[in-house]
Design a protein around this ligand. Structure first.
Ligand SMILES: [Zn+2]
Length: 212
């Protein structure tokens, strides 16, 4: 019977499934599979700080995206500037409640929720507090990771805009640029965060904690 802490010392290559024994790495170095040269794991002490900085930047850029003009529309000579919140009001005024609900979840609740959860997790790990909460957050985010909400949200936004292009002349506003910026940051954050490393750092900071 293999014990759990012994399993922690082993790692399986994701590509060729060769089993490797883990060795301690110097900072900023990486371990590759001996068979197929795929990256196995890496030692990166700055990951938390660096990602935290990116998350804060992404939050600011998301704030801009929510508060500045996303589009300027010209419908039959009538100029109108729309922010995301006024866009939401327009959707409700047209009694598009399903679209409104999707909008609320995909564009507001998910991105803010995920950024906030990521921030809270990294912050708690940085100060080494709230072991149980940070473990829950880590599990939550690992489950949500494949979704990558900002991408979905950006695509729905594009679809909505293409529909609008049919009825109006549209100019893109500052908030649109902020969205693209948030999207790029989101991709970088996702690339930066290795959940494998986060787990390792987590158990290093808090020790092994048992499930309640
Ligand atoms: Zn391999």
């Amino acid at each position: 019977m293999i014990k759990e802490h012994e399993l922690d010392k082993l790692i399986i290559c994701k590509k060729c499934h060769t089993l490797h024994e883990k060795v301690k790495l110097e900072n900023k170095t990486k371990a590759y599979c001996s068979e197929c040269n795929v990256l196995l794991y890496q030692q990166d002490h700055d990951m938390i700080e660096r990602t935290l900085a990116l998350v804060i930047t992404a939050s600011i850029s998301l704030f801009v995206a929510f508060n500045f003009n996303i589009i300027n529309i010209n419908i039959q000579g009538l100029e109108q500037s729309l922010t995301l919140s006024s866009l939401f009001v327009v959707i409700l005024e047209h009694e598009q409640y399903v679209v409104g609900l999707l909008f609320l979840f995909i564009i507001v609740i998910f991105p803010i929720g995920i950024l906030f959860a990521t921030f809270l997790l990294l912050f708690l790990m940085k100060v080494g507090k709230a072991a149980y909460l940070s473990k829950r957050l880590l599990i939550l985010l690992a489950h949500l990771k494949p979704w990558n909400m900002v991408d979905i949200f950006f695509i729905s936004l594009l679809v909505a805009m293409v529909k609008l292009f049919d009825i109006a002349n549209i100019e893109l506003g500052v908030a649109f640029v902020a969205f693209i910026f948030t999207l790029i940051l989101d991709i970088i954050i996702t690339k930066n965060l290795s959940f494998h490393d986060l787990w390792a750092i987590h158990s290093k900071i808090y020790g092994q904690i048992d499930e309640e």
